[in-house]
Design a protein around this ligand. Structure first.
Ligand code: ZN
Length: 488
């Protein structure tokens, strides 16, 4: 019995020793993984995932290099991703998981077409002008916009798939801020003493109220028994009280003078009168023509104004200035006419040959730049010039015929801004041009795109023309010639 007890005790001791040994073995060989940074990471789309690192070891060994990583993060797709880190050592395994959330926290942006503050006519409803949604993540949110339409505001809202909400409000104002449009048929009118004045008529229209011609009130009167200038005032109001006013001047004059068409000064130093004999059919048209350019600063300004106003004009160019300016004139739809290469009267009018040599030089330049052989010309000083008398007798008489024989058309003018003469301010240019315009002729307006005050006056001149019912045209091959009386 004593012996049996001893055996049991020995076995017990062996078992305890074995347990202690195996525990020690485990303690030394079980691996452990630790993660650097957090176990749960948030990435803001489309930020890329960068492994922050990890460590693996047992009490006695570094095992970091033996870690196996499973799982991938798609930073282009919002969602939750898992990455597992696993380490095996002998028959021990250790594993840890990191959670990566790709999230979108950016709101969609709604951009309204039209104004955020829309003004509509009273008693009408706002007609949706549209909107566009942009979002960093969802590309197709346009159809998902919620619209709440209150009387005075429209609220647009939309959510992306992460629930971020974009919102915008359009306010609606019901008012008529626009003045009515009042147009007089014919412009200023001249009648002879004794003839009765007959109102040529007018039309008035309003953006909100439509045709309101019947609301036009005319004040003033014309005494056809007495010479003078009478002013008739036309006034019209729309329902909102916006008023437009315009006037017509009626000149009553004596019937003594024979009926000459418009007279105008020559640009040469002499003051001899010349007569425009135009057979133009586009009555009431304004042909803006610019001579002597191009010149960088002034021509650029003029081209900008023409572009803003949507008007086409004609440039009678020389060999001065940059090619790029002529190129711009041409590509923006204006007509390019030939003026002169040198603009030196003593050279140009020295002889018939000298004139055509000079013309060829500027023609070649235009052809080189635009590819077009221009057949539209303006004589330096006009066909009525007298300066050429100093250099060649009767040269204008010959040239005016010969250019036509050679297939050119030449254009003098019947409205002179006098900007190459004594007129040196924008106001003067404006007054000279607007006071000479008429609905009863084709208005061929002489200006110079090398004059700063002309460039300055142009916008007002165009606006005067537009508001008085004129149309603007450029010279083309179908435009009839406008000719002065030849004086040499
Ligand atoms: Zn000139």
């Amino acid at each position: 019995m004593e012996k049996n007890k001893k055996i049991v005790l020995i076995i017990l001791i062996i078992i305890i020793v074995l347990i202690l040994l195996s525990s020690l073995f485990c303690l030394l060989n079980i691996p452990k993984i630790t993660l650097k940074d957090k176990q749960e990471i948030e990435l803001i789309y489309p930020e890329k995932y960068k492994e922050p690192g990890y460590k693996a070891k047992t009490v006695i060994k570094n095992l970091t290099k033996k870690v196996k990583i499973n799982g991938k993060v798609n930073n282009n797709k919002i969602g939750t991703y898992k990455i597992t880190y696993q380490i095996k050592n002998l028959f021990f395994t250790s594993e840890i998981t990191r959670i990566i959330k790709v999230i979108d926290n950016e709101k969609p942006v709604i951009t309204l077409k039209g104004n955020e503050e829309a003004i509509v006519c009273p008693n009408t409803t706002y007609r949706e002008e549209g909107y566009e949604v942009t979002d960093n993540y969802n590309k197709d949110l346009n159809d998902k916009v919620d619209i709440i339409n209150n009387q005075n505001e429209i609220i647009y809202s939309v959510k992306d798939e992460s629930g971020n909400e974009g919102k915008i409000t359009r306010t609606i104002k019901y008012e008529d801020k626009n003045k009515p449009d009042l147009k007089l048929k014919s412009g200023n009118i001249t009648i002879y003493v004794g003839n009765t004045y007959k109102e040529p008529g007018y039309t008035a229209s309003d953006k909100c109220d439509g045709d309101i011609t019947k609301n036009v009130k005319v004040t003033g009167s014309v005494n056809n028994k007495k010479t003078g200038t009478y002013t008739l005032t036309y006034t019209v109001k729309d329902n909102a009280g916006n008023e437009t006013k315009t006037t017509r001047k009626v000149t009553v004059k004596n019937k003594v003078t024979t009926k000459k068409s418009t007279t105008t000064k020559s640009t040469t130093s002499t003051n001899s009168l010349v007569y425009a004999t135009s057979s133009c059919s586009a009555k009431g048209a304004i042909y803006l023509t610019f001579d002597d350019g191009p010149q960088a600063s002034t021509t650029t300004k003029i081209l900008n104004t023409l572009k803003e106003e949507g008007i086409k004009a004609t440039f009678f160019v020389t060999n001065s200035g940059a090619d790029s300016l002529i190129s711009r004139e041409y590509t923006e739809g204006h007509s390019i006419g030939l003026h002169t290469a040198s603009h030196t009267y003593s050279k140009v009018y020295a002889s018939d040959d000298a004139f055509f040599n000079d013309l060829k030089k500027v023609s070649d330049r235009v052809k080189r730049i635009t590819g077009i052989e221009s057949k539209i010309i303006r004589f330096p000083g006009g066909s009525s010039n007298t300066v050429s008398r100093h250099y060649s007798s009767k040269i204008m008489t010959r040239l005016t015929k010969e250019v036509v024989n050679r297939g050119y058309k030449y254009y003098d003018w019947n409205v002179d801004s006098d900007d190459a003469g004594s007129c040196r301010t924008a106001k003067c240019v404006y007054n000279n041009v607007t006071s000479s315009l008429s609905k009863n002729k084709c208005n061929m307006v002489l200006m110079h795109d090398v004059k700063s005050y002309t460039a300055e006056a142009l916008k007002d001149v165009i606006e005067y023309g537009k508001s008085h019912g004129y149309t603007f045209k450029k010279i083309d091959s179908s435009t009839p010639m406008v000719r002065h009386k030849v004086n040499n």
